[in-house]
Design a protein around this ligand. Structure first.
Ligand SMILES: [Zn+2]
Length: 88
């Protein structure tokens, strides 16, 4: 039994937020314990910290945006090293 002042979450917005958080937690628990759990993989694009469900074996990135960023960085590095090799 509580004594003194107490605070209860009764505001409708708070109830909605708590419901949404519970749904997200339930989805996360289902994903982490379900059939797709072994397919979970971290995105290989630095500094992205997302995880994704590896839908095919060679997939490395969580989104095309991360993939494009890695490919662009690779191309820039390649172009730069080529340029440096020519000027030396
Ligand atoms: Zn990513």
């Amino acid at each position: 039994m509580q004594s003194g002042f107490s605070r209860r979450a009764e505001h409708p917005v708070t109830q909605v937020v708590e419901h949404v958080m519970a749904v997200i937690a339930d989805d996360a628990a289902s994903l982490l314990t379900g059939e797709q759990a072994p397919q979970l993989a971290p995105c290989e694009a630095d500094p992205c910290q997302r995880f994704f469900v590896r839908t095919h074996a060679r997939r490395q990135w969580c989104s095309t945006r991360c993939g494009d960023r890695v490919r662009a960085a690779r191309a820039y590095t390649r172009k730069r090293s080529l340029h440096n090799a020519q000027t030396v």
